[in-house]
Design a binder for this molecule. Structure first.
Ligand code: DGJ
Length: 731
């Protein structure tokens, strides 16, 4: 017997040896270290996530068991497991839960191996293999660390070789842990026309969940990103801030759980709501990417890290140019004909923008799209309205001297459409209950590959027939309602996940065939804004609310995570009380366009807009590719200010807005950021209404960057909805 035990121990030696070595995996950017470590058991723990450690020799002092269990010394120490399953000694929220073929609900994975590969010159990918020793389950964790941009993206792959499918009831992308004195969450929530509103709360014991169950148009109420202030509230320019976002254009979930010893775990992934996923043997379930940055200098720095990273690696044509445009939705809605459109194209030319964008209402014949009650799915041009078809419109745009772009909503179907008559089984629709319609429409079942082909075909047909189309606006106005897929039959629980995968299949095919086609992602305003979709889209529509005052808040919210060049903003006639200058100055901060007829403008207003467009074209390198600084928050005063700083700090643009200042309210100078303290800058107010001159005290003068950043510019006024755009040029 003793001999057998000795032999057994000898056989175990190599394994014990590996574990005893306590493998340490260091995932680093230039500013952050994420350190994972195995314990004697072979399980993998997060032993550090914070500011980069300067001395390599300090790493040996880290321990895998950072989570002190309690004051009770008889309790075996527990750690922050990197990918915890359910049923073990961690009594808080796990990353994944899987029911094995024998009904058992525990999965405990141990370290097997890891490798580190350089990618994209400036990044590394660490791939870690884990497996359960009791059940044939393997997990692969991926961490891509972008050194210069200080951004890490991570995702997981789950696989098994059990005899029959296993059922997963949770399958997060990642979990990260923090130990600090207190934690404050900034969440972003809203609705149609009130997107990305920012609220802050202190996290206390227990869980706070941000999630969505809308299926498509998934971010209508909660946006797929968050900020956590570590040790203090999130501040713009100082303090530790985690900013995280999930690349998933469907139901997502963030869980923030503070445990018994006041440590925080943040779990990010697909929302497993009504989505127990059946994973077949040898099939790989790949989770979405969780993307995060950890800033030691506040939210502003975190935003700039994400912006630069997105432009360099994630956003479609992230380094490329963007088109200015005139859209017709706000001025015509569904009421247009060829004459109205060709007049608008001429107006686009007059304004000086690059393109005319035709919106909703140009298609369907049997059930014409004259309002939002019919026609989605029938993507043939409406002959009664546009007898010369899309080619006629492309031709008119050519004659006017502008490019032509077109709106589609190809994932949707109107019950009043020929497509629905032909293929009612393509719609997500319950067979045995009264339908509920959101905007009078239904969502096509993208879990069905035949429907994926059809949706791809919508774009492909328009492009094949009209190769000169320069731009698409891809809308998505309905959440999934009447949740039943005729295609998935008894596997309804996979609908939410498989539908989104089908959407990506279509996005991917469009992108592969038309890699240079700019497309704006729109979802009844800004309800689709995530970094997976943005691999296929050059920009997104932030909101149908173009009231400039509201937009200041909405743009403030989205800019926390998304680069300016991805955020589309248009001048419209929402809020007539605001001057055209104020409306323009607000839109010009982002990817600029118009959605207004110039016939609504007087001579001066038109001249002003033309000059603003010319200024935008002249300065767009700074606006689209510069560093973005949020200087004064609209949430904290009656004024707000932001600025763009071009590469090398040679040129910058300051925007100041007085929203509704109080009579006799305190004015304060705006302190700039990002300038070179040792260079002098000439200050010049631009975007002035014809016939007016700048009343800015500093206009035309020169100041050092140091002065402008420490003393500032007296740009705010007590005027209602007053704005200034100020150009700074290094001498
Ligand atoms: C919602 C979008 O946000 C609007 O800009 C417009 O395109 C309408 N849909 C058209 O139906």
């Amino acid at each position: 017997m003793r001999k057998k035990i000795v032999l057994f121990l000898l056989a175990m030696l190599p394994m014990v040896h590996i574990y005893a070595q306590q493998t340490l995996i260091r995932i680093s950017t230039d500013e952050t270290d994420l350190i994972l470590q195995t314990a004697e058991t072979g399980r993998l723990y997060q032993s550090y996530l914070g500011a980069k450690l300067v001395n390599d020799t300090d790493l040996k002092n880290l321990t895998p068991y950072i989570s002190r269990p309690s004051t009770d010394s008889s309790v075996t120490p527990r750690g922050w497991e990197v990918y915890p399953g359910s049923g073990a000694e961690d009594y808080f929220e796990p990353a994944f839960v899987m029911q094995h073929n024998d009904g058992n609900l525990t999965t405990i994975v141990k370290y097997v191996s890891h490798e580190v590969k350089p990618i994209d010159g400036n990044a590394t990918e660490t791939i870690i293999q884990l497996k359960d020793e009791v059940y044939p389950v393997e997990i692969t964790l991926h961490y891509v660390a972008h050194a210069r941009e200080n951004v890490i993206k991570t995702w997981s792959e789950i696989r098994h070789t059990e005899k029959k499918p296993v059922t997963m009831s949770q399958y997060a992308s990642a979990i990260v842990y923090f130990e600090d004195t207190q934690y404050f969450l900034n969440e972003f929530s809203g609705d149609w026309a009130s997107e990305a509103g920012m609220t802050s709360q202190q996290l206390r014991f227990g869980k706070k969940i941000i999630d969505t169950k809308l299926g498509s148009r998934a971010a209508m109420h909660a946006y797929p990103f968050f900020q956590v202030g570590l040790g203090q509230k999130v501040q713009e320019n100082q303090g530790k801030v985690l900013v995280g976002t999930i690349g998933w254009t469907g139901n997502f979930r963030f869980t923030f759980e503070m445990d018994n010893v006041s440590n925080l775990r943040v779990i990010s992934g697909i929302n497993p709501y009504a989505s127990n996923y059946e994973l077949k043997p040898n099939e790989t379930f790949t989770t979405p990417e969780f993307i995060f940055t950890l800033s030691q200098e506040g939210a502003g720095k975190a935003s700039r890290s994400l912006h630069t990273w997105a432009r360099n690696y994630q956003l479609k044509d992230g380094k490329g140019d963007r088109l200015t445009l005139l859209n017709n939705w706000e001025s015509t809605s569904f009421d247009f004909d060829e004459k109205i459109l060709s007049d608008l194209m001429k107006e686009a030319k007059e304004l000086g923008v690059d393109m005319f964008l035709l919106d909703d209402g140009w298609f369907a014949n049997k059930y014409p799209r004259v309002n939002d009650h019919a026609g989605l799915g029938d993507w043939d041009v409406m002959h009664s309205k546009l007898p010369n078809g899309i080619p006629g419109l492309v031709q008119s745009a050519k004659e006017a001297g502008v490019k032509f772009g077109i709106w589609i909503e190809p994932e949707m179907i109107s019950p009043k459409s020929e497509l629905f008559e032909k293929h009612p089984e393509w719609a997500i629709l319950l067979p045995n209950r009264e339908p509920y319609y959101y905007r009078n429409q239904l969502v096509l079942d993208l879990s069905n590959p035949v429907v994926q082909d059809y949706v791809f075909g919508v774009v492909d047909k328009i492009m094949t027939e009209n190769p000169d189309i320069a731009y698409f606006k891809w809308d998505c106005n309905s959440p999934i309602t009447n949740i039943y897929s005729p295609y998935l039959k008894e596997k309804q629980r996979q609908l939410y996940v498989d539908h989104v995968r089908g959407v990506y299949n279509v996005f991917n095919r469009v992108n592969e065939k038309y890699p240079d086609l700019p497309i704006i992602l729109c979802s009844g305003g800004g309800a689709r804004c995530d970094y997976e979709a943005l691999k296929y889209f050059t920009e997104f529509w932030c909101s149908d609310n173009t009231d400039p005052v509201e937009r200041l808040y909405i743009q403030w919210g989205f800019s926390q995570v998304f680069p300016i060049k991805s955020m589309a903003a248009h001048v419209t006639s929402w809020n007539h009380a605001a001057s055209i200058k104020f409306r323009t100055d607000v839109a010009m901060m982002c990817k600029f366009g118009f959605d207004i007829s110039i016939t609504e403008m007087d001579k001066n207003e038109l001249a002003f807009c033309k000059e603003a467009v010319a200024n935008y074209h002249r300065l767009k390198k700074v606006i689209l590719d510069g560093d973005f600084y949020r200087l004064v928050s609209p949430y904290e005063s009656n004024h707000t200010a932001v600025m763009h700083v071009g590469e090398g700090a040679g040129q910058a643009l300051l925007y100041t807005y007085d929203i509704h200042p109080r009579f006799g309210g305190k004015l304060f100078p705006v302190k700039l950021q990002g300038l070179d303290p040792h260079r002098n800058y000439t200050v010049k107010e631009i975007n002035l209404m014809p016939g007016t001159t700048s009343r800015l005290k500093e206009n035309g003068k020169s100041y050092s960057g140091d002065y402008l950043m420490k003393v500032g510019i007296e740009a705010f006024t007590l005027g209602q909805m007053n704005s200034r755009v100020i150009e700074l040029t290094a001498e």
